[in-house]
Each structure stands twice: as C-alpha cells, then as structure tokens.
Design a protein around this ligand. Structure first.
Ligand code: BEZ
Ligand code: FE
Length: 297
C-alpha cells in the first residue's frame, strides 16, 4: 500500500509482516509495532527524541559483553523483568509467588558444594551466615534431588565477576536437596549494592533522581524436572532500600527472617559474634523445568 499520512504507517507495517509463519511471533511483532507507534503518537515524538532513543539502544548493545548484560539491566530498571516474572509464576500470575527476577549476574556451572559447605572461596569480610533451606511442592511435600544454584554479592557490593579481588565463583555454589527437600550452606551476610551506573540503564536511573540501590539479598535458582524452575531472591528484613529496590524485585513473600546471634556457642570454631542464621522454605509449582539463558558467561 502507498503511504500518504502518518495514519497509514501502522497498517502498512502490519500488512508487510502478515506472512510471518509462526503465529505467536506474528502476534508479538504486531502488538510491538502497534504499541510503539501508539507511543510515538501519544507523546508526539520529535526527531531529536527519536535519535536519543536510538542512541540509548545502541549504548545498551555497546555496553553488553560476556561479563555484563546491559539489556537485562535496562529491562530490570523499568520493571519489565518483574512484570514478566509475576505474570509467569504463581499459577500464571493468579496467586502470590516466590519467584523474582533473575538479574544480570547468574552464571551457569557454579561449583558443586556439599550440604552445609561454605561458598566463601576467597577472604571476604562480613558476619557469617548459616542458612537452612527447604524446597517443597504445592502440597508441602519435600522435593528431593532438586539442583539449587546460589549466588550473591560481596560486602563491597560486587559479584565476583565484577571484582578482580574475589576468587572465581566466590559466593556462588550449587547444591542438591536431600530426601527431606533440605539444603544448607555457609556464607556471609549479604549487603546492599548499587547497580552499575556507567551505562544507559544506570544513567537513566540517575537522571530520574532515583536511588540506584538494591537491598541486601541472596539469589536462588531451583531446578528439577517436573517443576517450574524457580528463580528467586531472599531479602534481608529491615535492609536499607527494601521499599525502593531500583529493580522492583522485593515482594512480601521474599523477605527472609535473617536472625542475628550476639551470644551463645557459634556454629563453627572460627565464627565470632555476631553471626546470622536464615531458615527459608521455597515452594515450587508444577511446570516447565527449562533453564534461563545465562546473562553472562
Ligand atoms: C541482582 O540482584 O543481581 C541484580 C538484579 C537487577 C539488576 C542488577 C543486579
Ligand atoms: Fe543481586
């Protein structure tokens, strides 16, 4: 069709795409084009503003590498990752869920670690934390033999892949639940940290006068065939920024009871007070046990 005015563009594009063989891809592409065009019309997007938007997209690409995923970070900071997560977990978004966004720092192949073992692989300051976790199904029955990846940032606010001072895979580990659905490990109490602000996502956050911080949390990815892979985070109750997480990841169900112990017999000879414990139960639901695409290598 020949285009005469701005109102002819959207139907022309939809017509051009109509032979896309996969109906779901066609549905997504159609909706994307309709909404992008409606957005441009709603704000009467100028040519300079369009150039700026394209510059941001290019910046996201340039900033992304094997060890940094700026596109995920951008999706996180505009709440898209959390929206997609909540729509796809908790019985398709109909109930509360224990799921949370993956974030840009999950690595596949974390070191296998024995039940109760430590994931502190190079000297890392911070109070000791001993976790006792359990994985159960929707009826409360233990889920044995699930694989669980754990990862978190150091007290300096950096993941090991961002920090040459940490050993490879420091504060990362892979566990298997026992017959009672349990797994446990030793680490340090996680600290809050700012997201990287040297790329388009962080620059946008600062421009919007938002705090770039995430509240302290541990990450978990729980995987067993027959169950929907549970990607989640457990936040430290009372942590700074708990009610203004820059990536909108905190939900009520994910606030863990991290208990502080200031006296008594420490759980290991090298531990001095205060130390912390966390007991947490993860609920998995039936579904697709596929793994996400690792955001970094
Ligand atoms: C994280 O928790 O690892 C994270 C999530 C979103 C953006 C940045 C970091
Ligand atoms: Fe994190």
């Amino acid at each position: 069709m020949l285009i005469e005015t701005e109102n002819d563009v959207t139907p022309a594009v939809l017509e051009a795409m109509k032979n896309t063989p996969d109906p779901r891809v066609l549905e997504i592409a159609n909706a994307f084009v309709r909404h992008m065009h409606a957005f441009a019309k709603e704000v009467r997007l100028t040519e300079r503003e369009w150039e700026h938007g394209i510059g941001m997209l290019n910046g996201i690409g340039k900033k992304t590498s094997d060890v940094h995923n700026e596109a995920i970070l951008f999706s996180d900071t505009i709440g898209l990752s959390t929206l997609v997560c909540l729509m796809n977990n908790g019985a398709g978004g109909s109930t509360e869920t224990a799921a949370a966004l993956l974030g840009p720092f999950w690595r596949m192949h974390s070191p296998e670690t024995e039940h109760g073992g430590s994931i502190v692989r190079s000297p890392t300051p911070g109070p000791a934390l001993f976790t006792t976790c359990r994985v159960v199904d929707e009826k409360g029955k233990p889920v044995a033999g699930a694989k669980v990846d754990v990862w978190h940032a150091s007290t300096t606010g950096m993941y090991e892949n961002q920090d040459p001072d940490q050993a490879d895979h420091n504060l990362r580990g892979k566990f298997h639940t026992d017959a009672d659905g349990r797994f446990s490990f030793r680490t340090i109490l996680p600290a809050g940290y700012p997201i990287p602000t040297d790329g388009p996502a962080g620059e946008m956050v600062l421009f919007q006068k938002r705090e770039p911080w995430r509240p302290a949390h541990l990450h978990f990815l729980i995987h067993k065939p027959g169950f929907k892979t549970l990607v989640t985070q457990v936040f430290v109750d009372g942590a700074r920024y708990i009610d203004c997480d820059v990536v909108f990841g905190v939900t009520k169900a994910l606030i863990g009871d991290y208990k502080k112990h200031e006296s008594g017999t420490p759980p290991a000879p090298d531990v001095t007070a205060p130390w912390y414990t966390l007991d947490y139960t993860f609920h998995v639901e039936p579904g697709d046990s596929g793994l996400p695409q690792p955001p970094i290598k």
